[in-house]
Unconditional design. Sequence first.
Length: 243
Amino acid sequence: MLADRAKGRVEATIPPALPEPVRRYFERMLPAHGRLPAVTRIRQHGTLRSSCSSTRWLDFTADQVIAARSTEFQWLARVAVGAGLSFDVCDRLVANEAGSEVRLCSLFVLGADRGSRELTEASLQRFLAEAIWSPAALLPAAGVSWQAIEERSALATLACGATRVSLQFRFNAEGEATDVYAPARWMRERGRYRAVAWEGRYFDYAWRDGIRVPLRAEVGWYVDEAWCPVWKGRIDRIEQLPA
């Protein structure tokens, strides 16, 4: 189990040298004292589409595990396609290796990738973006370094094995992370990868299990300089657990 690989707990210590918007974010999202759970479990639902050119949005439900200290995640989703059929999707980053697989009705493999450089980089950027639901994973103690950009933005950088990626985080006046941005993230299209600007947006912050997190999010690509959402999700349940 992914949760079994988490290595201890992360201390809720906020280094004073962090950029101001990042320090304010942690102060707003985390409890003031004590240790933070190292594993986050999430149940979510929403809609997604295969690409920006598709007009068909499909309903999904998913379970996700994020291991803050070991920089790992697993996302298991069921996507309804109609006529009683569904796709099962498994995306994961475990032991420095990324994997993605799509099956029809849990039986027939329709697509898969494992361990490629492009998938690993994209998965590590995804870990950073989705750590918004497990803020302990964004602390320097978990391996993330922060660099100020502007008054309400900062660059987060994380390494996993030989892979190193960054995302720009933007914050509002309340200290909430409103969106993350990458000028280039690998997108798989027609069996090939190409680098495209990508952005995730977060809404409806609330306290859940002692941590303040967004309950709704959207992610998408920039096509001809216009943002094109391809995933819209809402949190049904979130648990912050010890390792």
